[in-house]
Ligand binder design. Structure first.
Ligand code: FAD
Length: 126
C-alpha cells in the first residue's frame, strides 16, 4: 500500500496480532530538492486486519563488508569504490547496493559490468 505509515500492531484477545493500525499519508509540496515528502492526512487512520505481521521496512549495509575488512567503508558501512568499482584494496572491486546504498537492478548490473571490465584490464596488464 503506497502512502501509508504503520503506527501500531494491535493484539487480539489471545494476545496475538490481529491488526495493524496505519496512518494514511499524502505528498506535500516539493522541498528545496524538489522532493515531495509524505505528510499525514489528519484523521485518516485505518486498521488492517491480519493474522501475521512481518516488519520489512528500511535497508542497512550488509555487515559482511565490515567483517571482511581491508577496504574503506563510508560512515554508513557501505563500501567506498571509484567509478570503476575499485575499492581501497587493490584486489577487491565492489558495486551495486553495497556501494550505492539501496538503488536499482540496472545500476547494480551496470556496476558489475564496469567492475568486470576493470578487473580484466588490471589482470591483462599484469
Ligand atoms: C522490496 C524491494 C523491491 C525492489 N524493487 C525493485 C524494482 O522494482 N526495480 C529495481 O530496479 N530494483 C528494485 N529493488 C532494488 C534491487 O533489488 C537492488 O538494487 C538490487 O538487487 C541490488 O543488486 P546487488 O547485486 O547489488 O545486491 P543484491 O541483489 O542484494 O545481491 C547481494 C547478494 O549477496 C548475497 N550475500 C549477502 N551476504 C553474503 C555473504 N556473506 N556471503 C555470500 N553471499 C552473500 C545475498 O544473498 C544476495 O544474493 C528492490 C529492492 C527491494 C528490497
Amino acid at each position: 500500500m503506497p502512502l501509508v505509515s504503520p503506527l501500531e500492531f494491535i493484539a487480539g484477545e489471545d494476545g496475538n496480532v490481529c491488526a495493524v493500525k496505519v496512518q494514511k499519508m499524502e505528498l506535500g509540496e516539493p522541498d528545496a530538492s524538489g522532493r515531495r515528502r509524505p505528510i499525514p492526512i489528519e484523521g485518516a487512520i485505518e486498521e488492517i486486519p491480519c493474522d501475521v505481521a512481518i516488519s520489512a521496512i528500511g535497508t542497512n549495509a550488509n555487515p559482511f563488508a565490515k567483517k571482511i575488512g581491508g577496504m574503506d567503508l563510508n560512515k554508513w558501512g557501505y563500501i567506498v569504490a571509484d567509478e570503476n568499482g575499485r575499492t581501497s584494496n587493490p584486489r577487491i572491486w565492489a558495486g551495486g547496493d553495497i556501494v550505492t546504498g539501496a538503488a536499482t537492478v540496472i545500476l547494480a548490473m551496470g556496476a558489475g559490468k564496469t567492475a568486470a571490465a576493470s578487473i580484466t584490464e588490471t589482470l591483462t596488464a599484469e
